[in-house]
Design a binder for this molecule. Structure first.
Ligand code: GAL
Length: 673
């Protein structure tokens, strides 16, 4: 059995992508000395090194990597050693131009960047297996080796290829899944618009069509593309397992919904030994620390609640947005420790030393162009010491309060064309529900709709458009057994083939919600509606309204105006020992907070009004102890109540009753038990 934690690492992981091949060897000695000064415990090596490791087909040059790994080992730094299969060399593409991916529009992408891969290419698969085998043979026993890092961020920058080779592979995938062409016709509803196939041979990828293409075909193609990348991951992983037994294998995910939309991480989470994630702040006006918390919670959930590892984030600005602000003083440490609070066993960065050349030379790093006499370096050194002080929490797990249902496949289905309203955005709903729970100081796990939910007093389901009958039955069971469920509009509508469940909406959830929806009526771009309750209070919503017909559910809020005036807007259904809420419109943040607040009462989740806004309080617990993290995102010192006394690990101070958290700072208390 492979390990699930980096081998030989006795502290939390601290370090970054290390690309020594970009520098003369004379620089490497300084690198390792500075790594020691900063408290670096592990680096990721070799991610883009294929062209150097195999300069000619079949001819390897491992000398430089031997020297790098030896040097790291001499300095006590562990290596997360990559297979370089995200960047095949130029010679490979000259011999196999068909391995370059083709876009949906039919354009073949060129060499000269990275990640230009058709995952169906047999030549690519063979070449990837060969370099992986060679690396594993050479380094399986190297004393610096802590873990394997396969490829880089599957799914970006190319999420799917549409070439003829993929067409053949897709047909094989369909044959495996459906057996017969008639089964495909049935699943895809090809009777519509005369799309019927009489042989699997006639089926192509969903390439550009004159108008909207078959939605079920598009959905299956996303599944196929994801499964194909995963097949390639698994084949590399199996080579590594065979030749380096016991060494954990990971591949760096990008769970943030704004950063990768093409990978179904529920499936991938089961296939890696250790879940790792890359996370970058997106400056789009939203609260970056909330998005960070959400990505970290999602990563932990994909890991089944087990510890995971933040493999990349940035010390300061990135360089791929239109405008790339520097992080504010203290922000890097706050980001890093917020990931640790939510289950990461360390904090690593892209990258160690800032490049002088290439596309990412303006991306921040641990050792910036400005050198060690710089704010970034000083903060890096300080963070290294802080991370070192937290070693005791290794192996502990973040303690959740509630769960949010999330399904990448349902999200994919909602991004297909010709939906009731272009203003409905599943990701936005997920963000908004998450943010409301975050502001209520609830730690959120994500769960697949068919997963066991019995551990959670509260489960929310924002826009779960694609809901299988099994998921519907699961939610019904959850509520009957005492759970509190909150479902938002456009949920429970279609099955796994994007076919509407028979009967009135929401087919998969009618029973549990105790209602049907006769029709929906999305609103105009700037239109809002008011909701009112028995006391005459008012809430505001937009984007979506519906004609809800209760069958057992009680109306808590009704539409005060708009197309559904006088009809139920928010309902509550008592079923068995639990309660199921339904929200039929897009509530604004205050309205959503009101409704989720009422659901929290049903779920017996006490309000945490004593905790200051924008101060995250999260617990990790396990055999190693009980740890309370307080992350202060505000510009003021603040106080957090403590139920027991404990030792603050970053200052060493004993604390009881309450904890002072400085402006922009983080405190981690090991609670006395
Ligand atoms: C990541 C990638 C790194 C680097 C980084 C820059 O997505 O894995 O190699 O490009 O972005 O932000």
């Amino acid at each position: 059995m492979p390990d699930t934690a980096p081998q030989g690492l006795r502290r939390l992981a601290f370090g970054g992508d290390y690309n020594p091949e970009q520098w003369p060897e004379s620089v490497w000695q300084e690198d390792v000395q500075l790594m020691r000064e900063a408290g670096v415990t592990m680096v990721s090596v070799g991610i883009f090194s294929w062209a150097l490791l195999e300069p000619e087909p079949g001819a390897h040059d491992f000398g430089w990597l031997d020297r790098v790994l030896d040097l790291l080992h001499e300095h006590g730094i562990r290596a997360d050693l990559a297979t370089p299969t995200v960047a095949p060399p130029a010679w490979f593409y000259r011999a196999h131009p068909e391995a370059l991916p083709v876009s949906r529009e039919g354009v073949r992408l060129a060499f000269g960047s990275r990640g230009a891969i058709c995952h169906s290419s047999a030549a690519y698969r063979e070449a990837a297996a060969r370099i992986t085998t060679a690396l594993a043979r050479r380094y399986a026993g190297h004393p610096a080796l802590a873990m394997w890092h396969v490829h880089n961020e599957y799914g970006v920058p190319v999420s799917a290829c549409y070439c003829d080779n993929c067409a053949r592979h897709f047909r094989r995938w369909l044959a495996d899944r459906y057996r017969t062409v008639d089964a495909v016709n049935e699943a895809w509803g090809t009777a519509f618009w005369g799309q019927r196939y009489s042989s699997l041979e006639q089926i192509d990828p969903p390439r550009l069509t004159p108008t909207v293409g078959n939605p079920a075909q598009q959905l299956d193609y996303r599944r196929f593309a994801d499964a194909t990348m995963r097949e390639n991951f698994v084949s590399e992983r199996d080579i590594l397992h065979r030749l380096a037994p016991g060494v954990p294998v990971t591949t760096n995910f990008m769970t943030a919904l704004s950063q990768c939309d093409s990978v179904d991480y529920w499936a991938w989470g089961r296939d890696v030994d250790l879940v790792s994630n890359d996370h970058y702040l997106i400056t789009d006006g939203r609260r970056t620390h909330v998005n960070l918390a959400m990505a970290a919670d999602l990563t932990r959930s994909v890991a089944g609640g087990a510890p995971w590892l933040l493999l990349e984030h940035s010390t300061s600005g990135v360089n791929w947005q239109p405008r790339n602000p520097a992080k504010r003083p203290g922000e890097m440490a706050r980001n890093s420790l917020a990931h640790v609070a939510r289950g990461s066993e360390g904090a690593m960065f892209f990258q160690w030393r800032q490049s002088r050349r290439g596309a990412e030379k303006f991306h921040s790093s641990m050792l910036p162009h400005a050198g060690t006499d710089s704010r970034i370096w000083r903060e890096v050194v300080r963070l290294g010491a802080d991370i070192d002080a937290l070693a005791a929490l290794r192996g502990t797990r973040t303690v959740p309060d509630a769960a949010m249902l999330w399904d990448w496949q349902s999200w994919w289905a909602q991004t297909l064309e010709w939906r009731p309203s272009a203003d409905h955005d599943a990701r936005e709903r997920a963000d908004s529900f998450y943010e409301t729970l975050y502001d209520r100081h609830l730690t959120v796990d994500f769960a697949h709709p068919e997963a066991d939910l019995s551990a959670y007093p509260l489960v929310v389901a924002p826009a779960l458009y694609l809901t299988t009958q099994d998921a519907g039955a699961n939610l019904r069971r959850y509520v009957e057994n005492g759970g509190t469920l909150v479902v938002s509009y456009f949920s429970g509508i279609v099955d796994e083939h994007d076919a509407v469940h028979p009967g009135a909406y929401p087919g998969a959830l009618r029973d549990v919600l105790g209602l049907t929806v006769e029709e929906w009526s999305p609103l105009g771009a700037a239109e809002t509606v008011a909701l009112t309750d028995a006391s005459g209070a008012r809430l505001t919503a937009d984007v979506w309204t519906e004609f809800v017909v209760p069958h057992g559910a009680e109306t808590v809020w009704s539409y005060a105006d708009g197309p559904a005036e006088g009809r139920p807007a928010v309902t509550r259904h008592r079923l068995g020992r639990g309660t199921a809420w339904y929200v039929s419109s897009r509530l604004d943040p205050a309205a959503l907070d009101t409704v989720l607040g009422a659901a929290c009462e049903d779920a017996d989740l006490p309000p945490r009004g004593e905790l200051p806004h924008d101060v995250e309080v999260v617990r990790r617990a396990g055999d190693g102890g009980d740890f309370l993290f307080a992350v202060n995102h505000t510009a003021h010192d603040t106080k957090v109540p403590l139920e027991t006394s404990g030792t603050e690990l970053l200052t060493g101070e004993h604390t009881a009753g309450q904890l002072t958290v400085p402006a922009g700072g983080v405190r981690v208390v090991r609670l006395d038990r």
